[in-house]
Design a protein around this ligand. Structure first.
Ligand code: ADP
Length: 207
């Protein structure tokens, strides 16, 4: 009897995979997310993309987010968590999620854990791309020409985003390390090499 319940619980948990694709701005999360989607068949949710969509459409949420994004600061947790929750609620019929750009603070991580727990799920793994600051700055300045993103065009804003990552976001990797869910991956190399490193790191967390 107990064994049946245990197996059932395990199956429910295994059903949803939630991967957190983590790393500083410019570390290649968006690029790698495409390959992770292909391999694992999960829904990609990028909070940066969601904010840009809202800003493009001049929605109230977009207008609020813009005040923070243009300075390279984080949008307040309550706004971001609400937006993420709406996106997840609207897509319950998926195998799981690849979260890109979320959680970016420890309170966001706690909110995510609560949300998943209410569905009988939990975070599967956090995979963090490791890239040196100088390379990040070069990549983001290079990307500005094609991304058209104001927050990529100004080196002071880029530096602020990297600083915000170090102070407010990197503690999220430590938070999930407490439950052995965090893996670091070298984020320098060819796109394919980095994808293969991510696959190996993720597969180690999926039984
Ligand atoms: P990048 O990783 O290249 O900095 P993103 O596209 O992920 O860019 O995010 C762009 C901006 O959107 C961030 O600098 C931040 O202002 C805002 N943002 C995105 N995700 C979050 C989040 N989870 N919490 C707060 N702000 C966020």
């Amino acid at each position: 009897m107990n064994k049946t319940i245990y197996l059932f619980t395990k199956q429910v948990k295994k059903y949803m995979i939630t991967l957190i694709l983590f790393g500083p701005p410019g570390s290649g999360k968006g690029t790698q997310a495409i390959n992770l989607v292909k391999k694992y068949g999960l829904l990609h949710i990028s909070t940066g993309d969601l904010f840009r969509y809202e800003m493009k459409n001049d929605t109230p949420l977009g207008l609020e987010a813009k005040n923070y994004i243009k300075k390279g600061e984080l949008v307040p947790d309550s706004v971001t968590i609400g937006m993420l929750k709406n996106k997840m609620d609207a897509n319950q019929d998926v195998k799981g999620y690849i979260l890109d750009g979320f959680p970016r603070t420890v309170p966001q991580a706690e909110a995510l854990d609560e949300l998943l727990a209410s569905q009988g799920n939990e975070v599967t793994a956090l995979v963090a791309l490791d890239v040196a600051d100088e390379i990040l700055i070069e990549r983001l300045q290079g990307r500005a020409a094609t991304s058209g993103r104001a927050d990529d065009a100004d080196v002071d804003i880029i530096k602020n985003r990297i600083e915000v990552y170090k102070t407010q976001t990197s503690p999220v990797a430590d938070f999930y390390a407490q439950t052995n869910k965090t893996s670091y991956v070298d984020g320098v190399g060819s796109i394919e090499e980095i994808s293969n490193r991510l696959f190996d790191a993720i597969d180690a967390h999926i039984d």
